[in-house]
Design a protein around this ligand. Structure first.
Ligand code: LIP
Length: 265
């Protein structure tokens, strides 16, 4: 069993394609069976659960004995290789029929992503990255934007499921709105990070993501040349902040986020 990053990407794509087909094909029935998790707005559908179950079953066959951490069935990051799975990232978009959600499968070694596949069931787009091998969208090599000025930078961001935290986050982003070109909130962290990798966003920042939300997209962003700060790596942005930015604006954006109160939300 090969464990080089390129081989792990192949497995992630192979399994991710099956999960993406299932997610796309069952939406009409899956969204009729919805539960909630941390708050009334934090939803999980039958498709989330079925997608993760499929990924786990396929990985157990293809990669026997390798542990899986998934959003719906849990698990842990262990020493050595762990598969980190978000069965549907952007579940609220999926529930509302907004075609912007993904199946994200990453392989991590000692908690660091080395291979990733982020697959979009609605569009068929497949984003991949292998450590040291660059970031790719459907075979096209990706690179972050060459943004160098904050006042013309396009930022992605996200809100927490808890209303009181969302309110505090909104105040911080309001403090930033006049200092950048514009802000986008798409609802799928993995695809926000992929957008940074592709130069479709100049930067992205959010609090409170699960490892499964960022494990794949963060590798794509880093392999495309972004400055990436993962939860715990930038206390000034908040203990659970995830950040990715084109290098030309990264330092100025960190300073502006801190000034806007992003670190205290
Ligand atoms: C979602 C993230 C999104 C965040 C949402 C949620 P899920 O993941 O992709 O960026 O703002 O609160 O965490 O729950 O759809 O897998």
């Amino acid at each position: 069993m090969r464990s080089d990053p390129a081989a792990l990407v192949e497995v992630a794509v192979q399994v991710g394609r099956e999960a993406a087909d299932l997610v796309r094909g069952t939406r009409s029935t899956a969204v009729s069976s919805v539960d909630t998790k941390s708050t009334i707005t934090d939803v999980v559908t039958a498709a989330d659960r079925a997608s993760e179950r499929l990924v786990r079953d396929r990985l157990a066959r293809l990669r026997p004995g390798e542990p899986v951490l998934g959003e719906e069935e849990g698990g842990a990051v262990v020493e050595g290789l762990t598969w980190v799975v978000d069965p549907i990232d952007g579940t609220v978009n999926y529930l509302y029929g907004i075609p912007h959600y993904a199946v994200s499968i990453a392989a991590q070694v000692d908690g660091v992503s080395v291979a990733a596949a982020v697959l979009e069931p609605a569009s068929g787009r497949v984003w991949t990255a292998a450590a040291g091998g660059g970031a790719w969208l459907d075979g096209r090599r990706l690179a972050v934007s060459e943004a160098s000025r904050l006042d013309v930078a396009l930022l992605g961001y996200g809100f927490a499921y808890r209303a009181e935290r969302r309110q505090r986050q909104a105040r911080a982003w309001a403090g930033l709105a006049a200092r950048v070109r514009d802000i986008r909130r798409t609802g799928a962290a993995s695809l926000d990070l992929c957008a940074v990798a592709a130069g479709q966003l100049d930067a992205y920042a959010e609090h409170g993501l699960g490892r499964w939300d960022w494990a794949g997209g963060a590798l794509l962003a880093r392999e495309a040349g972004a400055v990436v700060l993962l939860p715990g790596e930038a206390p000034e942005l908040g203990a659970d902040a995830t950040f990715a930015a084109a290098p030309g604006i990264a330092d100025d954006l960190v300073a502006a986020l801190v000034e806007a109160g992003f670190g205290e939300v």
